[in-house]
Design a protein around this ligand. Structure first.
Ligand code: F6R
Length: 361
């Protein structure tokens, strides 16, 4: 039931503090340790020297974020590939590599066929991170972690994305713990505990985002930029926008701007930037200057102040711990896509040409 909401997507966006709490509740124990029933102590998974993730769409974007975490926090090399590409090329499998599939529905044909394909290739084993109990991916995988986001009805995926990221971050904590990096492991758990409240706080920016959405609803093109683990967040923000508002949106790593997309910038181009306060902020500020001097219209989501320039709009977010920043920064982009589509009067829960679960390759 939608209750007080106009669309399932809206309900699912606002539900995220609760759905994440639920995900955490399933795996976080009273003594603040993480327990995945199917990945017991010393499971073969923890002995992997490389992680290969395959997924599609929003699930792929979640995997892309986790790649930064696996490598930076758990010192585990990780690659991510679009499922349809993974199963259609000749692969050279890395030593002691473990395969993870990521999927909301567990029925995505491309991901399923990537899993089947991988079984012929000598991976140590496979794990699916999935929202649907009893789905094909769950049945056909060696191990499974359910995301417990609850049923997602809106075609554009929202709460299952943040649930996937929550599980992935817990998985990174488990690996760090296995590798005796107890500090990192504990820190992740501590910060994850603050996540539902942080998201609640960010959702309170909805009125401001609504006014911005009204200004952007007649745009033909919007560019999204991010750096580091915020780059996949920019991709996911652009995907949400194009799916439900049919506005052409593209995401770039901010560092790529001068290698091509800068040519697109003029006074008609809107650029949305996710720029939390981290080591990359100074570089992002340079990108902002490059766009300003070409008269692009900028909207920056940040917990930082920027020197005022005429064509930059700052959407100030509360202070957010770096570890959970990607999970938090997608929230305003989901809201933005939703309110833009709403002001355009689009069929938000059933975007044209799309299906919730893509069961053909
Ligand atoms: C985007 C969206 C799709 C799915 C993709 C994979 O909002 O919903 O891009 O993410 O089709 O679906 P799952 O996660 O069910 O494998």
């Amino acid at each position: 039931k939608k209750g007080k909401y106009s669309h399932y997507m809206e309900k699912e966006i606002y539900e995220q503090p609760r759905s994440i709490k639920n995900t955490l509740k399933h795996y976080l124990q009273k003594n603040n340790t993480i327990y995945f029933p199917e990945l017991k102590k010393n499971n073969i998974f923890y002995h992997a020297e490389h992680i290969q993730i395959v997924a599609c769409g929003t699930s792929y974007n979640a995997a892309m974020v986790s790649r930064y975490w696996f490598e930076a926090l758990a010192n585990t090399p990780c690659d991510v590939e679009i499922a349809s590409e993974f199963s259609s090329r000749k692969l050279a499998v890395k030593r002691k590599s473990f395969l993870i599939t990521l999927s909301q529905s567990g029925e995505t044909a491309d991901t399923l066929s990537a899993l089947r394909h991988s079984k012929k290739l000598g991976y140590l084993g496979n794990l699916t991170i999935c929202n649907m109990e009893g789905s094909s991916l769950v049945k056909e995988s060696d191990f499974c972690i359910l995301t417990h986001a609850g049923i997602e009805i809106g075609v554009a995926s929202t709460k299952s994305f943040t649930a996937q990221l929550t599980v992935l971050l817990m998985l990174v904590s488990k690996i760090a713990n296995f590798k005796k990096n107890y500090l990192v492991s504990k820190n992740i758990i501590q910060v994850l505990n603050t996540l539902p409240d942080k998201i609640e706080e960010i959702l309170k920016k909805n009125e401001l985002i609504k006014t911005i959405a009204n200004k952007l609803s007649n745009k033909k093109n919007i560019l999204f930029l991010g750096r580091g683990e915020q780059y996949p967040i920019a991709i996911e923000g652009a995907l949400k926008l194009k799916e439900i508002s049919y506005i052409h949106a593209e995401a770039y790593p901010a560092g790529e701007l001068k290698h091509g997309p800068l040519a697109l910038i003029d006074k008609n181009m809107t650029v949305i930037i996710v720029a939390p306060n981290n080591a990359l902020l100074e570089k992002i500020k340079n990108n902002i200057k490059e766009i300003c001097s070409r008269e692009g219209i900028i909207y920056v989501f940040s917990d930082q102040d920027f020197d005022y320039e005429e064509n930059i709009n700052i959407i100030k977010l509360p202070y957010i711990e770096e570890l959970i920043a990607p999970i938090c920064y997608i929230i305003p982009l989901q809201l933005l896509a939703y309110y833009i589509a709403l002001s355009k009067g689009k069929d938000i829960d059933q975007p044209r040409h799309l299906a919730k679960s893509v069961t053909v390759e």
